[in-house]
Write a protein that binds this ligand. Structure first.
Ligand code: PEP
Ligand code: MG
Length: 544
C-alpha cells in the first residue's frame, strides 16, 4: 500500500482500477513516402475525422459544461481549417516527401513555438491549442478506428500527467470513475471543467505517482482530502467504501433540500447564490435551487467575442439572465480583464507582473468608452429584474467615487433619452485587495454591498500567484490574515448599513461556513453544484 497526496478538485471518493491515459504524441517517426497524392488523401481523411470528433466533443461539452467552456472546441475546429497551418503541413509532405504524421508534428512544434514567443498572453495560450489539435490529427492518421472503439468494460480511474481541456471533456463520464493528474493547478482548465462535470478528481499529485502505477492497479481517490492510495489493504478499502457510501447517501439527501431555507438551527439566515460565466450557466443555477446569482463574470462575454461586444449585445445577454431569474437578485460584475484573462482586441501591453498590472477597473477607468457602454447595457437591462452591479479590483476611495460619478452620468443620459431603468439598482465593490479590506470603513458608506473575492484576496495577501502550480503547497487558503481581512470588512460593511457576501472559491468551503456566519456574512455565492451542500451545512449549524 502506497500513499500520495494532491489537491482535491471535486469532493467524492472513488475506488477502482487505473487506466493510464495514453496520448500518441511522442511516437511520431519521420518516414519517406513515395506517393505524395496518397499521403494528401490520408491527411484529408484524418482531418475530416478530427473535425467530426471535435464536433461530437463540442456537443458533449455543450450539454455537460455549457457554451462558455464548449467554445474552445469550436476554436479547435477553426484552427484545423487554418490556411497557414494546412499550407505548412502540405509543404512539408510535398517538398520533403515525409509522412503526414511527421509533417503535422513538425508544424505543431513550429507553430506552438511561434505562439509561445509572442508578447500577447492570449496568443501565448494558443500554443497549447495547436499541440492539442495536432495530437488529435496525428491520432486520426495513426489509428482512425481508435476513437470509436468501445469495449464496454468496467469504469476506470484515469491517471495522466495533465489533461488538456479537450481530453478532459472527451472522457466518457459513464466510463470514468475519477481522474488523477500529476500536475496542474486549481485554476487550470482541467480543474474548472472537473468541478462543472462533477467527476471526482485530484490534481497535482506529483510525478512519482505516475511511476508507481500501471494499468489495472487498484487505487482509492479521495477528492475531499486529495489522498490517493495505491493497492490498499482490505481494512483501508473498507474504510473508504464507507466514506463513499456516506457521500452517496448525502447526495440523495441533498435533493430533499431543494426549496428549503438557508437557515441555521438558531434562526440565522444567509443567502446562497451561484456564480456564472455566461447566459448558459442559468440552467445549473436553477437546477440547484440557488437563491440568486452572486457573481456573473461579465468578461466572458468579451472573451467569447471577436471584437468589443456592443451595448445591444450586452443588453440582450444581461436581460436574458435577469428575466430567467424572475425577480431574484442577479449581481453582474463589470469587466475584469487583464492578468490571466487576456483579449487580443484590447491590445494590452505585455507586462512583467500581469496580476499586479493593468486589469479590471483600472482598464475601465482609463478607457471610459468601454466602461460606459457596459454600464448603459447594465442599466437598460435593470428594467427586467433585480440587478446589482459590482466593480472588481478596488483599492481606493477615489476609484469608487469616479465609478459612481460615471454611473450617475449614464443614468442621467438614459433618463434624457427616455430609456427605462431601475432606480434601485444596488452598487457594490469586490473586496479582493488587502487595501480594500483595510479601508473598508471608508468604502462602505459609498456602496450598497461588498463581495469578497477570496481568489484574488488570497493571491494578494499571501503574495501567491494564483496561476502558479508550484505554489500550491504554500497556498494556505485558511490563513488567518485572509480571515481577519474578511471579518474586518464585514464589521465595517454593517457599521455603515451595507451587506457583505463572499463570491470567491472559499465561499464553498464548508469548514469555514460557521466562521463566516459568525462574522455576519450575509451571502455566499458558489459554483452551482455547491449550493445544496452549503445549504445543508448552514442548516446543521447552531450559532448560539
Ligand atoms: C475572486 O478573485 O475571488 C473572484 C471571485 O474573482 P475572479 O476569480 O474572477 O478573479
Ligand atoms: Mg478576482
Amino acid at each position: 500500500m502506497e500513499k500520495f497526496k494532491g489537491k482535491g478538485v471535486y469532493g467524492a471518493v472513488a475506488i477502482g482500477s487505473v487506466s493510464v491515459f495514453k496520448r500518441g504524441d511522442t511516437q511520431v517517426r519521420r518516414e519517406h513516402i513515395d506517393d505524395i497524392q496518397a499521403e494528401f488523401a490520408r491527411l484529408e481523411a484524418a482531418k475530416e475525422l478530427a473535425v467530426e470528433q471535435l464536433g461530437e466533443i463540442y456537443e458533449k461539452a455543450l450539454k455537460e459544461v455549457g457554451e462558455t467552456h464548449a467554445q474552445i472546441f469550436e476554436v479547435h475546429m477553426m484552427m484545423l481549417e487554418d490556411d497557414d497551418y494546412n499550407e505548412s503541413i502540405a509543404n512539408l509532405i510535398e517538398t520533403q516527401a515525409v509522412n503526414a504524421e511527421y509533417a503535422v508534428a513538425s508544424t505543431a512544434d513550429n507553430f506552438s513555438a511561434m505562439f509561445a514567443a509572442m508578447d500577447d498572453a492570449y496568443m501565448q495560450a494558443r500554443a497549447a491549442d495547436v499541440k492539442d489539435i495536432s495530437n488529435r490529427l496525428i491520432a486520426c492518421l495513426t489509428d482512425p478506428g481508435a476513437a470509436k472503439s468501445d469495449d464496454g468494460g468496467e469504469k476506470m480511474i484515469v491517471c495522466a500527467d495533465d489533461l488538456a481541456p479537450s481530453e478532459t471533456v472527451s472522457l466518457d463520464k459513464d466510463r470514468v470513475l475519477a481522474f488523477v493528474t500529476a500536475f496542474g493547478s486549481s485554476n487550470s482548465h482541467t480543474a474548472i471543467l472537473a468541478r462543472n462535470m462533477n467527476i471526482p478528481a485530484v490534481i497535482s499529485v506529483g510525478e512519482e505517482f505516475l511511476k508507481s502505477i500501471k494499468d489495472g492497479d487498484k487505487i482509492i481517490v479521495d477528492g475531499h482530502t486529495g489522498e490517493i492510495i495505491v493497492s490498499p489493504d482490505a481494512e483501508t478499502e473498507k474504510k473508504y467504501a464507507e466514506k463513499r457510501a456516506e457521500d452517496e447517501r448525502k447526495k440523495a439527501l441533498l435533493q430533499e433540500l431543494k426549496g428549503k431555507d438557508n437557515v441555521t438551527l438558531d434562526g440565522t439566515r444567509v443567502n446562497i447564490y451561484a456564480n456564472i460565466g455566461g447566459v448558459d450557466g442559468i440552467g445549473g443555477v436553477l437546477a440547484n435551487d440557488a437563491g440568486g446569482i452572486g457573481l456573473f463574470r461579465s468578461e466572458f462575454l468579451y472573451l467569447e467575442s471577436e471584437d468589443y461586444p456592443t451595448e445591444e449585445q450586452q443588453f440582450l445577454a444581461y436581460r436574458k439572465v435577469l428575466e430567467s431569474m424572475a425577480g431574484k437578485t442577479v449581481i453582474i460584475r463589470t469587466l475584469d480583464i487583464g492578468a490571466d484573462k487576456q483579449i487580443d482586441y484590447f491590445d494590452l501591453d505585455k507586462e512583467d507582473n500581469p496580476a499586479l498590472g493593468f486589469r479590471a477597473i483600472r482598464i475601465c477607468l482609463t478607457r471610459p468608452e468601454i466602461f460606459r457602454t457596459q454600464l448603459r447595457a447594465l442599466y437598460r437591462a435593470s428594467a427586467y429584474g433585480k440587478l446589482g452591479i459590482m466593480f472588481p479590483m478596488i483599492t481606493s476611495v477615489s476609484e469608487v467615487e469616479q465609478i459612481l460619478a460615471v454611473c450617475e452620468e449614464v443614468k442621467a443620459e438614459l433618463k434624457g433619452e427616455g430609456i427605462p431603468f431601475d432606480e434601485k439598482v444596488e452598487t457594490g465593490i469586490m473586496i479582493e485587495t488587502p487595501a480594500a479590506a483595510v479601508i473598508s470603513d471608508m468604502l462602505a458608506p459609498l456602496v450598497d454591498f461588498f463581495s469578497v473575492g477570496t481568489n484574488d484576496l488570497t493571491q494578494y495577501t499571501l503574495a501567491i500567484d494564483r496561476q502558479n502550480a508550484k505554489l500550491e503547497p504554500f497556498c494556505d487558503t485558511h490563513h488567518e490574515a485572509i480571515l481577519r481581512l474578511i471579518e474586518m470588512s464585514a464589521q465595517n460593511a454593517h457599521k455603515h448599513g451595507a451587506w457583505i457576501g463572499i463570491c470567491g472559491e472559499l465561499a464553498a468551503d464548508t469548514t469555514l461556513t460557521e466562521r463566516f456566519l459568525r462574522m455576519g456574512i450575509d451571502e455566499l455565492s458558489v459554483s452551482a453544484p455547491f449550493v445544496l451542500p452549503l445549504r445543508e451545512k448552514v442548516r446543521s449549524l447552531d450559532l448560539k
